[in-house]
Design a protein around this ligand. Structure first.
Ligand code: TYD
Length: 213
């Protein structure tokens, strides 16, 4: 496969989708190759159906391992439908989330374990990994504050649980970064959104000087 695969990762509220939207036109102006921007969970017809199943608030009783398997399943389908064909056509694929999300959220957040979640994902992805993963790091309190829409005074226990979950997700991302320092690069997402986008752009341009002029 001759294409270039880049993933974007981070806890909820880190602002990665905003940054991606900002840098996309810049990147497009700096290469003659086609860039496609996609996302997980979802990104293709079948994968979107699996996404609806996972994120449906009615599915309160979903088992944690079922959830992890469904994330791996949508990833597989998204790879087959979107990512692999594009890479085979020499395109640049930017994916909003990939396998590190499962390891951080299901492995760390839900405490299934890094190894367990990595192994079901190995089955799903068959060795296809991004050349670069841009990790948006943000203190959990700041990320949660950004996404919090309404708050009732009775929500303290839930709020605390949410914070601890968020912290486990972040700690797992940071652990993954330590294990894969060449692939995973950290962006300080606790800055002005314009500066965050600039940092991401600079990182990508510096990493692939022969792709982007
Ligand atoms: P989404 O609305 O796409 O949010 P975001 O813009 O933050 O990506 O919802 C995705 C949610 O699914 C997000 O909370 C992270 C979670 N997720 C997992 O738990 N595991 C995974 O493997 C993936 C891809 C996402």
């Amino acid at each position: 496969m001759s294409g270039l695969f880049i993933s974007f990762e981070g806890p909820d509220g880190a602002g990665k989708t905003t940054a991606l939207n900002k840098i996309l036109p810049e990147l497009k102006s700096k290469t003659s190759r086609e860039i496609i921007s996609t996302r997980e969970p979802g990104g293709s017809a079948i994968a979107e159906k699996i996404r609806d199943l996972i994120l449906d608030v009615k599915n309160l009783e979903m088992d944690d391992r079922t959830e992890a398997l469904l994330y791996a399943a949508q990833r597989r389908q998204h790879l087959i439908d979107i990512v692999i064909p594009a890479l085979n056509e020499d395109k640049i694929v930017l994916s909003d989330r990939f396998v590190d999300s499962s390891i951080a959220y299901q492995g760390g957040g839900r405490q299934i374990g890094i190894e367990e979640v990595a192994s079901i994902n190995d089955f799903a992805i068959e060795g296809i990994m991004p050349k670069l993963t841009v990790y948006f790091d943000i203190p959990s309190e700041v990320g949660l504050e950004r996404i919090k829409k309404d708050r009732s005074g009775t929500e303290d226990r839930l709020e605390k649980e949410k914070l601890e979950f968020h912290q486990r997700v972040r700690n797992t991302y940071l652990e993954l970064q330590k294990q894969n320092p060449e692939r995973i690069k950290i962006i300080n997402a606790n800055q002005d959104p314009t500066k965050v986008a600039l940092d991401v752009l600079e990182l990508i341009l510096n990493k692939f000087p022969r792709v982007f002029e």
